[in-house]
Design a protein around this ligand. Sequence first.
Ligand SMILES: Cc1cc2nc3c(=O)[nH]c(=O)nc-3n(C[C@H](O)[C@H](O)[C@H](O)COP(=O)(O)OP(=O)(O)OC[C@H]3O[C@@H](n4cnc5c(N)ncnc54)[C@H](O)[C@@H]3O)c2cc1C
Length: 488
Amino acid sequence: MSPYIHDATAQTEATAHPPFRVAIVGGGIGGLAAALFLHHFCGPNVVIDVYEQAPEYKEVGAGLGLGVNATKLLHRIGVGDACNAIAGDRNGVYFTIRRWDNGAEATTISARDEGRVRFVAMARAQFLEVLLGFIKERSAARLHTRKKCRGIRDLGKGGGVRIDFEDKTFSDADLVIGCDGIHSAVRRQFVRDESLYSGKIAYRGLVPISALPKPWPLPSYAAMWVGPDKHLLTYPIGRTADGKENRSLNVVACTSKREEDVPPESWSSTCDRADVQADFGDCEPLVQTIISLMPDHPSKWRVNDREPLPQWTFLKGKVVLLGDAAHPMVPHQSAGAGQAVEDAYILAKALTEYLTRRPTTPSPSATRSTLSRIARFKTKPRKSATEPDLQQWMHLYQAVRFPRAQQVQQSSREAGELFEMQAPQMVGKTYEECLPILAESVSERMKRLWFEDIDVAYEKTRADIIMMPPVVKKENGISRVLDWCFCM
Ligand SMILES: Cc1cc2nc3c(=O)[nH]c(=O)nc-3n(C[C@H](O)[C@H](O)[C@H](O)COP(=O)(O)OP(=O)(O)OC[C@H]3O[C@@H](n4cnc5c(N)ncnc54)[C@H](O)[C@@H]3O)c2cc1C
């Protein structure tokens, strides 16, 4: 891992306050990315604890792709090159899209990833190791395991919040970030909704690249075969020991199924390879070869998401949601992890601004270590200022992120329909008529996903709303912050 020097200008000044306590619930991709962005931007003004329910920090599943929208942010905090080092090489191709029955090319979409900031496809476990490595190297956060959050309590004015864990311990924080995935316990405390079956299942498995036919007949290992009610995609992840070759082909085979025919939701459910062969038996010979090289028992996964949730901040901004906890999405655009990275970046920006605005006059509660830190940073305490409103800054985070995440949730669903010739604009058309619709639409939506400038969105939204107090309404004695749109 390359040495990395902090961008000190990105950090807030050390203040006379005791460090702001951030508790991250969930140590997956979103949680660990949040720890790194917060540490980078907020520096010594925050202490960060990550609470993961599992006995170790580990990712389930095989591959994961991150578009340049996310990797450019990882480069800003010095993590991007390490991702490039573990990514498969797709030869500049995002996906070459092929007919399911004869393999003819429908369209090939460029990854538009020349240079250091690239689309990266990685083994999930390796990516998590990279994030963990940086957290440890930079002492960015304290990492806890076997800490399953079961609820959150408000400790009242000025008192932060308390996280209660299943093991009957608890921990207090000024801000809790719920990064605990699609079945988030943090979300469940504030929102009553169910995960929704998308109508599709996915078979997944890895194939060694060395076992594939040579020469490989496509311009890239990143390929997708599309047919009525099914699509199968492959992309390379991981590098051989000398770093010269791709190591594994990640295979995700999706097909539409009635809900009563699919297993209950689980990351760990598997099937026989014969099930994949039965569902994809009408695909061209290269697909048959790939499936025959999948493990004997590929994983079989029910693809779920939830309806968009317009409120991600609770308890006066002391609790926020991030990643799949806020906006779980189906995987057809390879976008979920990238959206979690974008969340982490914007949340860190907003929190930095909040912390910078706290008055720096030493308070009676300022600790000795904080004061010595001020001396070290040579910051001059400002005369006076009013305490900024955490809720307002957390609303900024939500207001920037919600429209984009909601749009990506929606377009991920639509992508699944397009790949299987089920989109509304394809109804009544032949397969041949559908292909150009697919080609144009995919290219357009990837452009929107990869190239939208979230810094511009941040500045614009900040200018629009930050001076306006959030609208609070009492319902049955409970204060609820109304949708941020009301503030605009
Ligand atoms: C098959 C598949 C393929 C995908 N492919 C891509 C892709 O190519 N590109 C992409 O960008 N996205 C992809 N995604 C989506 C992506 O994986 C998710 O969006 C991303 O992992 C979300 O990260 P997260 O940290 O929010 O949640 P998760 O990754 O679900 O992490 C949640 C963490 O919280 C922990 N946790 C849960 N409950 C508690 C609790 N009560 N207390 C403490 N800890 C808890 C869990 O153990 C876990 O470690 C894919 C998803 C799937 C399922």
